[in-house]
Design a protein around this ligand. Sequence first.
Ligand code: G3H
Ligand code: 13P
Ligand code: ZN
Length: 305
Amino acid sequence: MALVTMKEILEDADKRGYGVGAFNINNLEFLKAIVQAGEEEKSPLIIAVSEGAMKYAGVEYLSEIVKIAAKNASIPIALHLDHGKHFEKIMATLRNGFTSVMIDASDKPYEENVKLTSEIVKIAHAMGVTVEAELGRLLGKEDEVQSDVAIYTDPQDAKRFVEETGVDALAVAVGTSHGAYKFKGEAKLDIERIKKIKELVSIPLVLHGASGVPAHITKGLKEVGVDLKSAKGVPEEEIKKAIGAGIRKINIDTDLRLSFLLGVRRYMAENPTTFDPRKYLGAGMEIVKDTVKSKIQLFGSANKA
Ligand code: G3H
Ligand code: 13P
Ligand code: ZN
């Protein structure tokens, strides 16, 4: 089928009270592994492309392969720009048929965030494209996405922000952060804050930085020489509580990166003279697929497509 909008996917999730994974891709291998997992679990999928991914692979390449994947799939798939920070990059995704964009002006003062978000809402909605925005600030650093300070989302501000901008989904800061090192102390989310925001805001809520950094992956990595030491992710119980409190879109990138790395490193450790990329990339894809399947089960989106 053709790509669907993220709004369509999240409306069903909101109605039936489950979460949908937004999985980041940078190349064909991750996309194929994610879509295979979605098909096997009969789950809707959100495929996320960051500005960093656009820089790495090119927006034309990425959008075309996702459109082909959707055309051949029996599950609904949305193509989403993750953390859009630059007007021209957001416009490039619209020109290339993305069905959803995130405008991330969360590092700007409130009024400026409203202004920038409203501008994108006006253009994207005229094209039938869903818009996600962010209020509050997450800690952490990835390639193109970073912040040194965390500011939790204020529920009253969230209500006002949604009314003033007309966005379709809102990313909230409730204790997660990007990357593999999310918590120094106890790994806990502010579930009460999610509930309060949900009471005041009728659109679907989004949890960024939701990777779990699973022990079986870090243990496996350690065995092949990758020691992540103090890495800590969001526990599965916290994710379940967050969905129960109203989170509908759950962003996962780090866990896929770790999974792929494990597959490749393990394959190379066991087959040190192999130089056929289809062998070691295929091994990476297998673990990415397993990880996506377990996320789909955790989020409750299995058999919802
Ligand atoms: O939240 C950010 C995503 O994980 C994308 O990261 O900018 O390194 O592609 P990236
Ligand atoms: P993780 O780093 O926890 O995978 O978060 C990804 C994310 O929020 C992408 O927008
Ligand atoms: Zn994010």
